[in-house]
Design a protein around this ligand. Structure first.
Ligand code: SF4
Length: 410
């Protein structure tokens, strides 16, 4: 790990130079080419912290103005300090996540996207996603985000039923959720609805109603997550009563059957899409592509000829802004150990319905096939994967026991 110290702007510049040499020095990996690069932008504020949420999100009172301008200035300073690490590379997708990015005004989002375009080489048809929450919805706001350059919206609906929205502490109600999805469908060629299942008190019939309501809007993409109780959340301290595991499995079967009937394909553990509407950005994560993350607490994964590096920005928004504006946004900077790369790769690639090409494993990790041969043999013997000379694909059983499968590469 490279220790990161608060520094003056001059020292920060020298540090960037030193870091580039550090990243480029010889090492034991051999990456013949670099993977596609995506950009993640973290906007950390929400109206209220949800009780199940372990993201870097911070409640913001409606009465105070968000420090939008200062935060965007910090993002631009952050990006500029990282540019030497991605010189000459094209950005294939941008994802503004949070937090609730739709709390930012359309004017600020316009300024942010213009700032990114001025500093980065972006693909002409670059996918630019923004997360939005119904609780922040105002008529025509989504249209203004579209005009600002956002071309894909991801709406955090979670449920269309007031009982379950209240049970998971969401600030919006069912009517707002429906209005938000309608507005997204009117203004975006492609959009995603986020739903959750196995909610406190939810029955199979309740979930069927939620899924049917979601599908009635003909969404090009659905992400459906099992409610999980994460450490250090309100729900971890005061756990709600949630459906039994068997019921949750039945719920997953229901989701898969209903989405298939609606012409959607499950292409990742939690993601369903119509043809041509898979999320490029998330697919790039799952294929072990590169991403530069800017913003409070954002994570990056960047490849160089002889190493793969992970970085984390300062987590607290106020500290992040101070440090980014001083040219030193990094809280952590680690090289991924050679021994950790197989598991890191499998953690992502095995989430994909179509699995991965062995060639891609070698290109993205810089490791030979022998690094995963033992794990592949074991997984195949247990019926968790199928494979030929070119490709590894998780079986239905492998998908059902995904963490067991992934752990075989630890
Ligand atoms: S709206 Fe999303 S990011 Fe914000 S607190 Fe709730 S779950 Fe977390």
């Amino acid at each position: 790990m490279i220790p990161i110290q608060p520094q003056s702007p001059e020292t920060a510049e020298a540090a960037v130079q030193r870091d580039i040499q550090h990243y480029m020095r010889p090492g034991t990996l051999q990456l013949g080419s670099l993977p596609p690069l995506s950009l993640y932008v973290h906007l950390p504020w929400c109206l209220k912290k949800c009780p199940y949420c372990d993201f870097n999100s911070h409640g913001w009172s409606k009465n105070d103005a968000l420090p939008e301008n200062r935060y965007i200035d910090a993002l631009m300073a952050d990006l500029e300090s990282a540019l030497p690490l991605i010189w000459g590379r094209t950005v294939h997708s941008v994802f503004m996540g949070g937090g609730t990015p739709s709390l930012f005004s359309p004017e600020s989002i316009d300024k942010l996207i213009a700032g990114l375009r001025a500093r980065l080489r972006m693909e002409p048809d670059c996918e630019i996603t923004m997360e939005a929450n119904p609780g922040t919805f105002e008529k025509d706001r989504f249209k203004a985000f579209r005009a600002a350059g956002v071309n894909r919206l991801s709406i955090g609906v979670q449920s269309f039923d007031d009982r379950f929205l209240q049970a998971v502490g969401r600030v919006h109600d069912a009517a707002q959720a429906k209005a938000a999805v309608r507005e997204a469908a009117d203004n975006f060629e492609t959009f995603n609805i986020d739903l959750m299942y196995a909610l406190p008190g939810q029955s199979i019939a309740d979930l069927q109603r939620d899924v049917d309501t979601a599908l009635s809007f003909a969404p090009p993409h659905l992400s459906i997550y099992h409610l999980t109780i994460e450490p250090n959340t309100y729900f971890a301290k005061y756990p709600p009563v949630v459906p039994e595991d068997d019921t949750a499995y039945d719920m997953l079967d229901l989701i898969t059957a209903s989405t298939t009937q609606a012409g959607m394909k499950r292409y990742e553990v939690s993601a369903y899409a119509k043809e041509g509407h898979q999320c490029f950005h998330n697919s790039n994560y799952w294929q072990f592509g590169d991403y530069l993350g800017i913003g409070a607490g954002a994570h990056s994964k960047l490849s160089f000829a002889h190493r793969v590096v992970r970085q984390v920005r300062f987590r607290d928004p106020a500290r992040y802004m101070d440090m980014a504006l001083a040219g030193t946004p990094l809280a952590q900077d680690n090289e991924v150990k050679r021994s950790e790369l197989p598991f890191e790769y499998m953690l992502n690639a095995l989430r994909l319905r179509e699995g991965f090409a062995l060639q891609t494993f070698m290109e993205r990790t810089g490791l030979p096939m022998s690094a995963i041969a033992k794990g592949l043999d074991e997984a195949q013997a247990k019926g968790l994967i199928t494979r030929d000379f070119g490709r590894v694909v998780p079986t239905e059983r492998g998908f059902d026991f995904l963490s067991d499968l992934q752990e075989m590469f630890l």
